[in-house]
Design a protein around this ligand. Structure first.
Ligand code: 5AD
Ligand code: SF4
Length: 483
């Protein structure tokens, strides 16, 4: 639908439509008028820059913001030169918030110099009432603040700001609404994230996500398939299905569908060559999914399966709803069905009450599973979550020491796991020109590892067979095989 809408045909003198997405297209057309006036007055188009903090969900949301900005007529610019800077924020750990305040402080002088400049803030951090209070009090120079539930209203909020010249704040506590068919601008022409669900119902006791992203809502399979078919028609061949907990996809739909069922439907789409997904919650990962992964020709040989801790006691306090043994059994089943699968994980160190014995259980599970890579996090106290008020918060020095021990172990095992493939020939999707050497390309293997190899720009977006000549710990140097 979105590629068929001509904004110039919209009657902007009329009242705004009440239906979505038509209402947003109306406001995009209104904003476009403003951009035209800007161009006449300044002899150039305005520039915008969207900066993403946090996860792949946010990265996808930023593509939606960029899509709206492109429709309106904004050009993309660097943050230093932009007339409109938007921070799409994350709040999963405290340091994510600190970074945003730091960056905002730096923007203030830039805004003084450029009278056109606007600053927008959105994303998870804006769903915290204390944050919005602080911004209202100490960051008056921010122009637009909105949250995770009403990102689809971006054009309307921007127009309100352009009209009123006042700080526009619109935060919703929750929503059951999903607005389809809005524009988006992909970072890569050949691969794309696709949201399959929003929100999370798990309430892991340390995690703020269910509070800032709201209850779980799945998109209709038809809407997902339609989006993927369009993406393929537009040159995309790799799809990353996104959700906080993809394994419980479809449970809340009027006609329930399983995640495994959805994957089978996506597999049938001709243009799709690779399918990835994240994130999986171990407690919801079904035998049906393992079977589908074992059979599939398109699902990549990679599973991100956050364990968080190896201690059953801590897992219970985290409200993860699986034990160490159940997790290990799941890994066994997955490896039996997909022998060459790469497993990655997230681990939190220093959850309240974590003893040395608990930590040793975490080291033990890392050694047993032998993860291909692991994101390790220091526990961060998030106000409003149950864990924030738990007793026995672990002292910083103890956490740091455990964190270092864990990291050493994780890196050692990851390097060994990576070395296993040295010398093999694998298919890589050429994604980028290497940042260090413009004669080299960076390709991604099915198992999600990167390989750098000599190659020409024209190969970008293509699948090539690469010999992994040298393992560098967590990536490879390779050479292309003749095709
Ligand atoms: N402290 C540290 N890490 C956290 N994560 C989520 N909440 C916290 C927190 N309060 C980590 C989890 C999750 C990843 C996205 O972030 O490991 O899987
Ligand atoms: Fe947070 Fe747990 Fe939901 Fe993941 S599954 S977003 S860790 S509450």
């Amino acid at each position: 639908m979105y590629n068929e809408i001509d904004l110039d045909k919209i009657d902007i003198a009329a009242e705004p439509p009440t239906e979505e997405p038509a209402r947003q297209y109306y406001f995009m057309a209104k904003c476009r008028e403003w951009v035209r006036r800007f161009e006449q007055e300044n002899g150039r188009l305005p520039k915008a820059c969207v900066t993403t903090f946090g996860c792949q969900m946010n990265a996808r949301d930023s593509e939606k913001l960029r899509g709206v900005l492109r429709e309106i007529g904004y050009r993309e610019g660097t943050e230093e030169k932009a007339d409109f800077v938007i921070y799409n924020t994350c709040t999963v750990r405290e340091n994510a918030n600190t970074r945003v305040y730091g960056r905002l402080g730096q923007l203030k002088p830039a805004k003084k110099k450029n009278s056109h400049m606007m600053i927008g803030l959105c994303g998870c951090m804006m769903q915290e009432p204390e944050v919005v209070e602080k911004l209202k009090k100490s960051y008056r120079f921010v122009d637009i603040i909105f949250g995770t539930h009403n990102i689809y209203k971006f054009a309307e909020l921007l127009f309100t700001r352009l009209e009123s010249e006042r700080m526009v704040i619109d935060i919703w506590k929750d929503t059951d609404k999903i607005v389809e068919d809005l524009p988006n601008e992909r970072k890569y022409p050949f691969k794309s994230g696709v949201n399959i669900m929003f929100g999370c119902n798990n309430f892991c006791s340390y995690c703020i996500v269910p509070y800032v992203r709201g209850r779980e809502r799945s998109r209709e399979p038809k809407a997902i398939i339609r989006e993927i078919e369009r993406l393929c028609a537009d040159g995309v061949s790799e799809i990353m299905l996104l959700g906080q907990n993809v394994n419980s996809y479809g449970k809340t739909l009027e006609q329930p569908v399983t995640f495994a069922g959805l994957l089978e439907e996506i597999e049938k789409i001709d243009g799709v060559r690779r399918i990835r997904f994240m994130t999986s919650h171990p407690k919801d990962l079904s035998d049906e999914l393992i079977e589908v992964m074992g059979r599939s020709k398109k699902i990549c040989k990679h599973l991100h399966l956050p364990v968080q801790s190896g201690s059953t006691d801590i897992l219970k306090k985290m409200n993860r709803r699986y034990t160490k043994e159940q997790y290990l059994e799941l890994v066994r089943k997955i490896r039996a069905a997909v022998p060459d699968i790469s497993l990655t994980t997230d681990i939190i160190v220093g959850f309240p009450g974590e003893t040395e014995e608990d930590f040793l259980e975490t080291l033990d599970i890392v050694r047993q599973v032998r993860y291909d890579s692991a994101f390790t996090f220091i526990y961060s106290k998030r106000t409003g979550t149950p864990a924030a008020v738990m007793e026995n918060q672990v002292p910083d020095e103890v956490i740091k020491e455990r964190f270092d021990r864990l990291l050493t172990e994780v890196q050692k095992i990851a390097a060994e796991a990576c070395a296993v493939h040295e010398g093999s020939v694998q298919e890589a999707l050429a994604e980028e020109i290497s940042g260090h050497d413009s004669t080299m390309l960076t390709g991604r293997l099915s198992n999600n590892l990167l390989v750098h190899f000599p190659g020409e720009r024209k190969l970008l977006g293509r699948y090539v067979d690469v010999k992994l000549t040298e393992c560098k710990g967590f990536y490879y140097i390779g050479e292309m095989m003749g095709r």
